[in-house]
Each structure stands twice: as C-alpha cells, then as structure tokens.
Design a binder for this molecule. Structure first.
Ligand SMILES: Cc1cc2nc3c(=O)[nH]c(=O)nc-3n(C[C@H](O)[C@H](O)[C@H](O)COP(=O)(O)OP(=O)(O)OC[C@H]3O[C@@H](n4cnc5c(N)ncnc54)[C@H](O)[C@@H]3O)c2cc1C
Length: 361
C-alpha cells in the first residue's frame, strides 16, 4: 500500500467507526464523514450478540454468517479494550424462554437444528430457568441457554470513536451528497439505512425499531444478569442488562425513515415486558427511542467492492452490533486486497447492485 493512500468512510455509526479505526490501524489515511457521528441506529440498539438463539431451520446462511461474526468478537473487544481501556460487555449469556407449549416446542426445534450445525445450545427446564433468573414470571415453562454475550451499544460507539481518534482518523462533520465528490483512493459506504441514497441500486431500506431504557429504582428487583428473550402474544421482547437497569426491545415494522416513538410501540413493549418480568413496573422509564435498521431482503449485510474505488459496508439490519467486528476485519482485508471468505454470503453483487447509477467508479 502506498503510504499516502486515502480512505473516505461515509457514515459514523458502529460500522463506519469500526471500519475507520481498523483502516487507520492498517496504515491508511482515513477521513470519516458524518454530520452526527453515532446518532443513528447504533445509539438506539439493544446490544445482543445472539445469532445462535435466533437460528431457525433453513436459515443456514444467516446462522453461518452470524456465528462467524460472533467468533470475531473476543479478539475485536480485546483490541478495543487495549486501546481504550473500555470493556463493552454487559452479559455473558442469553436465555430464551418459553411461556407456552408452542414456544417450548420451538425452543427444542432451534436447539436440535443449531446444535446439529456444531454449536452448543442447552435446553433448561422450568426449575432451571427460575434458578438462573429468579425474577422471571412463574408462567415460564422452559428455556434455552446460549453462550452469547451482549454489549452496551453506547459504550461501544464511544469507545470506537476514541479508538478511531487515537488511530489518527480525521472526522469531518459533513453529510456527503454524492460519492463522486470524494477524491480518496477508496470510499467505504457505511451510511446505514441511508446508504441507498448514495448508491441507489443497493437494496437497503429502513426498518423501524422502538426500544426502552429502564432504570432500576431503590427497592425494585435487580435486572436479569443475562440477556432474556421471549415471545408474548406472538411479539418478540428482550431484555439486555445495563449497569443501571435494563434495555427492553424492540418493535419492528416498515415505516420509512420515521423515528418518532409511538404510544402503541411503548404500550406493547411495557405490557410484554411485564408479562415476562413482573417486577419491571417499579423501574423508571428513562428513555424511549426509535431508530432505522438498515434492512436487506435476505437479512444479510452488503460487504465488499461495489466498484474499483467503492466498498459497501452496510445493510446490517437487526444485527449490526453483532456483525461490526467481522465487518471491520473484512473491510480492512478488502482494502488490503485480500477479501475474507467468511463474508462471501454478504457479497453486495448478489442482488445485481453492481452498476453504479452516478459517475462514481
Ligand atoms: C431498536 C433497535 C434495536 C437493535 N438491537 C440490536 C441488537 O441487539 N444487536 C444487534 O446486533 N443489532 C441491533 N440493532 C441493529 C443495529 O443497531 C444496526 O444494525 C447498526 O447500528 C447499523 O450500524 P450502521 O453504522 O450501519 O448504521 P447507523 O448507526 O444508523 O449509522 C449510520 C450513520 O451514517 C450517517 N449518514 C447517513 N447518511 C450520511 C451521508 N450522506 N453522509 C455522511 N454520513 C451519513 C448517519 O448520520 C449515521 O451516523 C438494533 C437496531 C434498532 C433500531
């Protein structure tokens, strides 16, 4: 690589920040463009790293990709901690619970299928679940335990920003209107849900999600120590521990770029949370927020060259926290001319998105 080789990273969420940091560490001269670094979905998210618990028969590519992404986390987190002193983890395990017979059957299906792919999920009976997380509702029938950790997304954004600064990344608080205006040797498109505004052929669309941040109050039950996932009235609900309480998420629906928090979204999240953790009503409602997940048609991201100069690092949907470590390593390898085979399923050309509509190459 030439010493003066330059990279422009467009977008400063977890993906853009992690890519910028890793590119700078690899010796590139990096400029990150974002009018509001860390303000997108990355600030809103829960922080689960749970590809195994989300496994479902037939979704082999998603499972394989997610498991590969999870495997990149220990080293990535250790490197980030070495540079910043920040430990981003808030939990070490994920417990998915069943409240009725249908849910319990689903947990067995997931365990059989995921374990058949060489992973380790453990079915837990009612007494086992209560021993693990005593605050859960007495209606819980069974559980599925996975060695899937969780991170504090805001701690991650802040640590990545610090790591990028220390690695020499220049941050320009500007919105990029046209990639053709950038004269850098390479451009990494990491604008999250807005990525298709800069490369219209990319099949990335906003998928709205609302989420609550609840603070523990004196006398209220302690939050779960693991990530807890459940389904209530067919709706998924999850709890991700924080130092001062718990994050409860999340709604998911198509609403364009709308990030208003609706009463219905908050009502459903609170009702579903209380059905799983009855003591949660004592907590303080510290924050309700919403963000736009960068969704793709097959729930896999878009990582790799779009043209000689432009590399996509987008479309991370509901797994951007999980995938950030792998994406950063993959883009670093791509910039070095040696693409990682682990991201083959995220080939951005799989939907025929290679033809640039503007003048950029
Ligand atoms: C409610 C909710 C819960 C979630 N929970 C989880 C979870 O538990 N686990 C998990 O793995 N993932 C989760 N996600 C998904 C995760 O948050 C996203 O996949 C991830 O944040 C995407 O990161 P990003 O950097 O691509 O996008 P973003 O964080 O949205 O960042 C994009 C950035 O690009 C900038 N930008 C946009 N356009 C331009 C432009 N033209 N020029 C310059 N900059 C631009 C924006 O200002 C923004 O800062 C959740 C998401 C939501 C909404």
């Amino acid at each position: 690589m030439r010493k003066s080789a330059t990279v422009a990273v467009v977008g400063g969420g977890v993906i853009g920040l992690a890519v910028a940091w890793q590119a700078a560490e690899a010796g590139w001269s990096v400029t990150l463009f974002d009018p509001a670094v860390g303000s997108g979905a990355s600030w809103v998210a829960g922080g689960m790293l749970a590809p195994l618990s989300e496994g479902w028969p037939g979704e082999d590519d998603v499972l394989g990709f997610g498991a590969a992404a999870l495997a990149h986390w220990p080293d990535f987190a250790a490197r980030l901690a070495a540079v910043t002193g920040v430990d981003v983890f808030v939990a070490r395990e994920t417990l998915t619970i069943a409240q009725d017979g249908a849910d319990a059957a689903d947990l067995r299906t997931i365990a059989d299928w995921v374990n058949g792919h060489g992973h380790e999920l453990r079915l837990v009976d009612r007494a086992g679940v209560r021993a693990l997380e005593p605050a859960l509702a007495r209606t819980v029938r069974a559980g599925l335990l996975a060695a899937e950790p969780a991170i504090d997304n805001r701690r991650l954004v802040t640590a990545l920003r610090k790591a990028a600064d220390e690695a020499g990344v220049t941050v320009r608080p500007e919105r990029v209107r046209d990639l053709a205006e950038l004269d850098h040797n390479r451009i990494v498109l990491a604008a999250g849900a807005a990525s298709a505004q800069l490369w219209p052929e990319l099949p990335v669309r906003p998928v709205k999600g609302e989420i609550l941040r609840l603070r523990q109050r004196p006398g209220s039950q302690p939050p779960p120590t693991r990530v807890v996932r459940a389904r209530v009235h067919g709706r998924p609900v999850y709890f991700v521990p924080r130092d001062d309480g718990v994050v409860v998420g999340a709604t998911q629906y198509e609403a364009g770029f709308d990030t208003a928090v609706t009463l219905a979204g908050v009502r459903d999240l609170i009702a579903d949370a209380e059905a799983v953790l009855p003591g949660i009503g004592e907590y303080e409602l510290a924050e309700a927020s919403a963000g736009s997940r960068p969704g793709t048609p097959d729930n896999l991201p878009l990582i790799g060259h779009l043209s000689d100069r432009v590399i996509a690092a987008t479309g991370h949907g509901r797994n951007g926290m999980l995938t950030s470590a792998l994406t950063a390593d993959a883009v670093r390898a791509e910039l070095g001319g040696q693409p990682l085979t682990e991201v083959a399923a995220a080939d951005p050309h799989r939907f025929g998105a290679s033809t640039p509509s503007g003048g950029i190459r």
